[in-house]
Structures are given as C-alpha cells and as structure tokens.
Ligand binder design. Structure first.
Ligand code: G
Ligand code: G
Ligand code: MN
Ligand code: NA
Length: 254
C-alpha cells in the first residue's frame, strides 16, 4: 500500500499533529482537561484520521515510536501553555495495546516527562479494558509503575469491553470514561440511562471519577449532570481542534 511507505516517513517529515478536544465539569463550562488525538497531515490527502492509519502503524511496528511522539508532544504542549501563563488543564493521551505491552512504557514516559519538565499529574493515560484484561498480572505491574510516575489513569470506552469488576477494583484507576454508545441514547433510552447511572454509581463507590464521552446535545448533558457524572466531553461542547484554534477560541483561558 502506498500509504504504508508514506507512513514510514511521516515522523521524520513531521507530518503528525495533535488535535485537542476539551473536557468540562458537568456544568459544561469549566474546562478540566483536553484529550490529545493524533492526526496525520498527509501532503496529498490532507488530514487523515487515526482510524485510517493506526492499524497500519501497528502492523509496521511503528506504533510505539509514534506513541512516544504523541506523549512527548503532549508534554511539550503542556510546558508551552504553562510558559505562556495559561491555567493548564490535564492532557489525556490514548495508549495502544502494543505500547502497553512494550515492557518499557513507564520508563519511556518517565524520560519524556523529565525532558519536558512538566508536573506528571498534568498527564492522563487512556487505556481500554481489553488492554488491561489481556494479561491481568502484567497489567497490574505496568499500572503500578505508571501510577508511581504520577499520571492519572483512565479507562477509555468503558462498558464495551469485558472488565472483571474484581480486577477493576484492584487496579489503580482514577477515571472511567463512559463509552459514547451509552451516551447516544440519553435521555430517552431507558437501557442506556440505566447503564450510564450504573457506571456512575459503581465508579463513585470505587473512588473513581466518571467522564461521559460523545455528548452531542443539551438533553444528554442535562441527564449526565442530574445523575452526578463528573465530567463531559463531546461535539456539543467542543470538537477536537488544533492547539492554536483551542487557544483562539478560549480568550478567557488562563
Ligand atoms: O479522533 P478520532 O475520533 O478519529 O479517533 C479515532 C480513534 O483513534 C479513537 O479510538 C482514538 O482513541 C484513537 N486515537 C486517537 N489518537 C490516538 C493516539 O495518539 N494513539 C492511539 N493509540 N490511539 C489514538
Ligand atoms: O476511542 P476514543 O474515545 O479515544 O475516541 C475519541 C474520538 O471520539 C475522538 O477522536 C473524536 O473524534 C470522537 N468524538 C469525540 N466527541 C464525539 C462526539 O460527540 N460524537 C462522536 N460521534 N464522536 C466523538
Ligand atoms: Mn480516548
Ligand atoms: Na472512547
């Protein structure tokens, strides 16, 4: 595939870019963080979304290297915002299965954090349930070493995988992200409503906070706020945009 040979050069050609999607308290106004989302600025095809090239990165064995770039770039951006005197929210980055299984993820992140000079607590790592359930013992060790570094840990797409609740309570997890498939049907969908409420109640009883992703309208936001969801993210509140666009749209920020 032509795209694959292009992908091999994308890093050195500096064609990757991070977009940032804002996250808010359930009031829908107070910025609490941003999720960093990878895009590929292809010279001919324009902005390529991650779903179209991350599987190829995995196959080419480049996903760890690009993952390092993502984490380093997010840290660099945090440092820049801080240098500009912005009240910097935390930045979450998505971690792929290969990155997690690499065996040196904590070491890699420690190096990138040290190079940026930022407070590790400004970084959040998003992992899926399937990543954690593949090898529970190994996951426990890796999570322990990641937590020691200082970033918070979020479970992405929660509710779509197969988490053992027994392990969930033992893992050092800070945040559950309710998958957008359950947010879609709110507020009328009785099942989605029950599921969202159950996830919120369970997270809180385990001492975790909850963010709902994929919030696309005011009715969903109202439902989530009324049912004590802590944070919200979605197109209704803000699309993923470049760092400069994020800054331009938020004059009050910092
Ligand atoms: O931004 P978009 O909706 O197109 O993202 C599609 C998918 O790509 C999402 O599942 C998201 O988690 C994933 N993704 C986005 N950025 C990254 C990244 O930097 N690393 C990994 N591993 N996945 C990412
Ligand atoms: O798997 P993950 O949760 O990391 O996926 C994040 C992706 O979800 C983002 O890249 C973004 O494009 C997409 N996304 C964010 N908000 C919404 C939304 O409100 N609706 C839909 N359909 N997708 C969203
Ligand atoms: Mn995510
Ligand atoms: Na998700």
């Amino acid at each position: 595939l032509e795209l694959e040979s292009d992908l091999r050069h994308a890093l050195e050609q500096q064609q990757f870019v991070l977009h940032y999607q804002p996250q808010f308290l359930a009031d829908g106004r107070t910025l609490t963080g941003v999720e960093a989302l990878l895009r590929w600025q292809h010279p001919a095809r324009g902005l390529v979304p991650p779903g179209d090239f991350i599987p190829a990165l995995e196959e080419l064995g480049l996903v760890v290297e690009v993952g390092d770039w993502v984490i380093g770039e997010a840290c660099r951006q945090i440092a820049q915002w801080q240098a500009q005197g912005r009240a910097v929210p935390k930045v979450s980055v998505n971690i792929s299965a290969r990155q997690f299984a690499d065996g040196k993820l904590a070491q890699r992140i420690a190096t990138l954090l040290a190079a940026s000079g930022i407070a590790p607590a400004c970084l959040e790592l998003e992992l899926t349930e399937s990543i954690l359930m593949q090898d529970v013992g190994e996951a426990m060790r890796v999570l322990g070493s990641l937590k020691q570094l200082g970033p918070s840990i979020a479970i992405d797409d929660f509710g779509t995988g197969y988490s053992s609740l027994n392990y969930l309570k033992q893992f050092p997890i800070d945040v559950l992200k309710i998958d957008r498939s359950f947010v879609d049907g709110l507020p009328q969908g009785e099942q989605d409503g029950q599921i969202a409420r159950a996830i919120i109640a369970m997270a809180h009883s385990l001492g975790m906070s909850v963010i709902a992703e994929g919030v696309e309208n005011q009715a969903q936001l109202n439902f989530l706020r009324e049912h004590n969801c802590d944070e919200v993210q979605g197109f209704y509140l803000g699309r993923p945009i470049s760092a400069s666009a994020l800054l331009a749209g938020r004059q009050a920020w910092g």
